[in-house]
Design a protein around this ligand. Structure first.
Ligand SMILES: [Zn+2]
Length: 145
């Protein structure tokens, strides 16, 4: 991504504005990639980088009045139902463009990561690039088979 401009949001997140792809800065080391048409809506929330299962995710905390709920940016973007997993197609957990997200049932999601494990075994080039071996979803499903 080559951002056209860097703009600054005075109160909340810093962000990069591009024509189709933009970035929301989560902290000095992490930026979430989003579709530009969703940028304004997403900037209504204060995002931060949270490490979970050895991957970094963009999360925000919403106050519902009686309790605070942590929400993931990728699940918000993909409108992921409670019973589904939102999968990042390119395995980049901070690439939250709609084209990179797909909602899957847990079993479908495990299947994808399990098949990827076969690629890792047969192609050394994958082993360095793919972070899936670090994903507990992958490792737990792999160990069950
Ligand atoms: Zn996944």
């Amino acid at each position: 991504m080559t951002p056209e401009k860097q703009l600054k949001n005075s109160k909340r997140n810093d962000y990069w504005l591009g024509t189709t792809v933009s970035g929301i800065v989560l902290d000095p080391n992490h930026t979430a990639i989003v579709d530009t048409d969703l940028l304004c809506g997403l900037l209504k929330f204060k995002w931060r980088a949270v490490k979970s299962n050895r991957c970094w995710y963009a999360k925000t905390t919403v106050d519902t009045g009686d309790k605070q709920i942590d929400l993931s940016m990728h699940r918000m973007v993909a409108s992921t139902p409670r019973d589904k997993i939102c999968h990042h197609r390119d395995r980049n957990s901070l690439n939250n463009r709609r084209c990179n997200l797909i909602n899957l049932f847990r079993r479908e999601h495990q299947f994808i990561h399990l098949n990827n494990s076969i690629l890792i075994k047969f192609d050394d080039k994958y082993s360095e690039k793919q972070a899936d071996t670090q994903n507990p979803i992958f490792t737990s499903s792999a160990s069950n088979v």
